[in-house]
Ligand binder design. Structure first.
Ligand SMILES: *Cc1c(COP(=O)(O)O)cnc(C)c1O
Length: 396
């Protein structure tokens, strides 16, 4: 069984490029060039230098002693929260902006829901001196004011999507319309392992630095590159794809993907895509997505804005169907408890998204000699108002 993309852009039966004809030239230009450019020595040299000195890589692999003691196993945290801008997303935007430059593009577009990908994109555009336009649903602009302020401060133009539900889906439609109208000078940076081929593969390759580093760091700390478990949360699936990538073909390493159950998998308010989803097409690829009987995409829900997505990338749909990865889910409440637990046991305030991965520690049945690596995808600064509201610190 292969877990890598084939020449046609598929992972098993998932993936592909189901796009309008007018988008074909743009996607085809990328498909024909991405592997060649990424493999060029001067591209790699520039990428590695920026990952080191700008992003702050390698991120530490931290042995968490008090968390380990509590769960009676060896828990390591891959500290993506320590990256510049506070999460793993910059690994991908740095890679894609360098690719855009090599393709001679002068204008960068992106869409964003919670604003995290928008900020990571605006950041690398400032770094490279490129024009940046971020499409964002009108409602999300209101909900995510601090990230909108960051993007504007970085010099990006934030364009509200005012149609439909005025959220991520509508922002995506606007971005695609822009790209169709500006095929020559514009590059579209997608923020997760979603979208038409070659995006899922390209984003997975840029995030794969996470598992490349884990292997080397575990060898040093445990005398083996292979942990018993790798655990990561899944929205679109990019941090999980990065954490899993160099372990996909190591069958003894158990891969655990954690989705957001929201108010409960069966509550009607959740984002547990693989468990609830059916085969369908979203954002240009065939994958598992939450939909009604007649194929309308269901509005997802999670307290965590980064996991609030109705699909998963095609790689994850394939990992689910082939049972290579085990899919778990954590509710809002479980994630919040995990936030407080990590904060109080290790002095690390995690992002709400990452806390979903932490929340399944007690379900792994890990043995004392097992090694559990949890990908800590981001830091909790952006979620502080949620934490304050939920934990009522002002009353204690
Ligand atoms: C965006 C985000 C996620 C979810 O995106 P993936 O593509 O599934 O990784 C997870 N954690 C953090 C901190 C994020 O910002």
């Amino acid at each position: 069984m292969s877990y890598h993309v084939n020449e046609k852009g598929f992972y098993g039966k998932f993936g592909g490029a189901y796009i309008p004809e007018m988008l074909y030239p743009n996607v085809e230009e990328l498909r024909q060039n991405y592997l060649r450019i990424i493999q060029e020595p001067d591209f790699q040299e520039e990428l590695q230098a920026l990952l080191k000195d700008y992003v702050g890589r390698p991120t530490p692999l931290y042995f968490a002693p008090r968390l380990s003691e509590k769960y009676n196993t060896k828990v390591y945290l891959k500290r993506e929260d320590l990256n510049h801008t506070g999460a793993h997303k910059i690994n991908n935007t740095i890679g894609q902006v360098l690719l855009a430059k090599r393709l001679g593009k002068k204008r960068i577009i992106a869409e964003t829901g919670a604003g995290q990908h928008g900020v990571a994109t605006a950041t690398v555009c400032a770094l490279m001196g490129l024009e940046c336009i971020v499409y964002m649903g009108e409602i999300d602009i209101e909900r995510q004011a601090p990230n909108v302020a960051r993007m504007k401060m970085l010099g990006a133009q934030v364009v509200p999507a005012t149609s439909g539900s005025k959220t991520l889906k509508d922002a995506t439609n606007e971005a695609i319309r822009d790209w169709i109208n500006n095929p020559e000078n514009t590059y579209y940076i997608i923020g997760s392992v979603v979208g038409p081929h070659p995006y899922p593969d390209m984003v997975a390759r840029f995030q794969a630095v996470i598992s490349e580093e884990i292997r080397a760091q575990l060898l040093e700390k445990e005398g083996t590159e292979l942990p018993t478990y790798v655990v990561a949360c899944v929205g679109g699936g990019s941090n999980a794809a990065g954490a899993f990538y160099h372990y996909l073909d190591e069958s003894e390493v158990q891969l655990i993907a954690v989705e957001a159950a929201g108010k409960g998998v069966d509550s009607g308010e959740s984002a547990a895509t693989s468990i609830l989803g059916k085969d369908g097409i979203i954002h240009g690829s065939r994958t598992l997505l939450m939909q009604t009987e007649d194929g309308q995409v269901t509005e997802p829900y999670s307290i965590s804005a980064g996991l609030d997505y109705p699909g998963v990338g095609p790689l994850h749909a394939h990992l689910f169907e082939s049972k290579r990865a085990r899919f778990e889910s954590a509710t809002d409440e479980e994630a919040l408890q995990a936030v407080l637990e990590l904060t109080r046991l290790e002095g690390i305030i995690p992002a709400l998204e990452s806390a979903h991965a932490l929340a399944v520690l007690d379900r792994l049945n890990a043995k004392p000699e097992d090694v559990v690596v949890i990908n800590l995808s981001g830091r909790g600064d952006k979620d502080l108002s949620t934490y304050l509201k939920h934990f009522h610190f002002d009353e204690k």
